[in-house]
Ligand binder design. Structure first.
Ligand code: PLP
Length: 294
């Protein structure tokens, strides 16, 4: 995959709200080396990120993504991001997008070792073609996340509610799911509750009621799930944040993994047991998720 565009932003620059921030952006060659060898994002995964879906040049749900970036920064003791500056950067980068689906990544790193300030950059790339997975679904393997539901509150330094760059565990879980003959994983707490997928939220349907695991400090609050719940409520469905038992995944009428770029991927099997997909409803959800959303 070739990156389409990249911008380095100076996160320590002026906070003048009248500024358009363009003097704090530096366009760089997206396919050339750019980072210092002292970068703590690469040395320690010490930083945070967001992935924003872009549809026909429109970046989706920018406000909720920026709010989550600020939340992650708070949890990681990073300087508060200037959200007006980040929004301007997203708009600048989105203007370069081709028709169709793309992905914008925002990265805020602790900075260069012994350096003076955090570093930050924004990239644009074409999104992978997710049409098949939206149609045919994902087979999931349930994987033990290794902690109980109360651990995030007892050990906040694990940063479990922050979208940090330390995704090696998440990627390892997807590889393990593949070894088990599945496409993706869903993490389960040691006390038997559904958490999230390595790169997606989990939503279950029981009749006209839609449920997702409560986004306490242990999982990310998905922007796609938030947007879908608002849409479902407008259509008269009930939505709820609850503790979800692992067995509920198989028991539910339907289940989806939801995320900003893949959107709604229906769950077609749980630990090898086939699960029915509601293709028509999934299609409706994805049509909604592909409309311009702010
Ligand atoms: N949970 C995790 C661990 C994720 O990495 C992601 C997305 O990247 C999500 C949930 C879903 O979040 P969103 O819908 O904002 O993409």
């Amino acid at each position: 995959m070739a990156w389409r565009f990249a911008l380095v932003i100076d996160p320590a620059a002026s906070t003048d709200p009248r500024s358009d921030f363009s003097d704090t952006f530096t366009v760089i060659d997206p396919n050339a080396p750019a980072l210092s060898v002292g970068e703590l994002s690469t040395q320690r995964g010490d930083g945070i990120f967001e992935s924003i879906g872009v549809v026909d040049g429109h970046p989706q749900e920018v406000g909720p993504h920026l709010d989550r970036l600020a939340h992650s920064a708070r949890l990681c003791d990073l300087p508060t991001p200037n959200l007006a500056q980040w929004r301007a950067a997203v708009e600048r980068v989105a203007a370069e997008a081709d028709p169709g689906e793309s992905v914008i990544k925002l990265i805020l790193s602790r900075g260069v070792e012994h350096g003076p300030a955090p570093t930050a950059w924004v990239t644009l790339a074409p999104a992978p073609d997710n049409s098949r997975v939206r149609r045919e679904g994902v087979r999931i393997a349930l994987l033990d996340r290794g902690y109980a539901l109360d651990v995030p509150a007892r050990a906040p330094w694990l940063l479990l509610g922050a979208k940090t760059l330390s995704y090696a565990v998440n990627m390892a879980a997807i590889r393990e799911a593949k070894r088990r003959g599945a496409d993706d994983a869903v993490f389960v707490s040691t006390d038997g509750f559904v958490l999230e997928a390595p790169t997606a939220s989990v939503v279950l349907r029981f009749g006209d009621r839609f449920v997702t695991p409560a986004p306490n400090a242990g999982i990310l609050h998905g922007t796609t799930q938030l947007s879908l719940f608002a849409h479902l409520e407008e259509r008269g469905f009930e939505t709820a944040y609850e503790t979800v038992a692992a067995d509920d995944l198989a028991r539910s009428d339907s289940a989806w993994l939801l995320s900003s770029v893949r959107l709604a991927a229906p769950v077609s099997a749980v630990d090898g047991a086939e699960k029915a997909i509601d293709a028509a409803f999934t299609d409706e959800i994805n049509r909604y998720l592909l409309t311009p959303r702010d």
